[in-house]
Design a protein around this ligand. Structure first.
Ligand code: ZN
Length: 161
């Protein structure tokens, strides 16, 4: 008989170092007083849904001409909608402020876009609402600029003939 394999780390429910690998293959807390012995395996089971790396598209291996658009639901009330609103307010404040395009006439579109987007992204980072995935950022040989369409298709396209 082999001993029951122990698992490194603390049980999320009782915080004891009493995790074992059960015969069923699931990480289980062996302590009799644990309020939720399956808490560790429950957390592991949630990973595919909540962990960002598995939900991200593959890292571009080269520089494809057209990067596919990925549908993101930004309709009213969604998280994407809210983050766009927060970012837009920050961008608007820059545009209306001392260094913005309203008080500094003659700015190029690129300067305005750069100012607005910089301000919007900095604000989201300040608020902790977005994270920079440095590993991903440095994992690609380059990042494609061109996208397949300007906006994701609202409805699937039917045959054209
Ligand atoms: Zn426990």
């Amino acid at each position: 008989m082999t001993a029951i394999p122990t698992v490194q780390g603390h049980c999320p429910a009782c915080h004891r170092t009493t995790l074992i690998l059960g015969a069923d293959g699931y990480v289980t807390c062996a302590h009799l007083d644990c309020p939720n012995p399956t808490a560790a395996s429950d957390l592991l089971a949630q990973q595919p849904d909540s962990a960002t790396p598995s939900s991200k598209p593959p890292i571009p291996s080269g520089l494809p001409f057209d990067w596919p658009r990925i549908p993101i639901d930004d309709t009213d009330g969604t998280d994407a909608w809210q983050i766009i609103r927060i970012a837009t307010r920050a961008g608007d404040q820059w545009a209306l402020g001392e260094h913005g395009s309203y008080r500094q006439p003659g700015m190029s579109l690129s300067e305005i876009t750069g100012g607005v987007i910089r301000e919007a992204l900095l604000h989201l980072l300040e608020l902790g609402l977005i994270d920079i995935d440095g590993e991903r950022m440095h994992g690609a040989s380059g990042w494609p600029v061109r996208r397949e369409q300007f906006l994701p298709a609202a409805t699937p396209e039917g045959p054209t003939s």
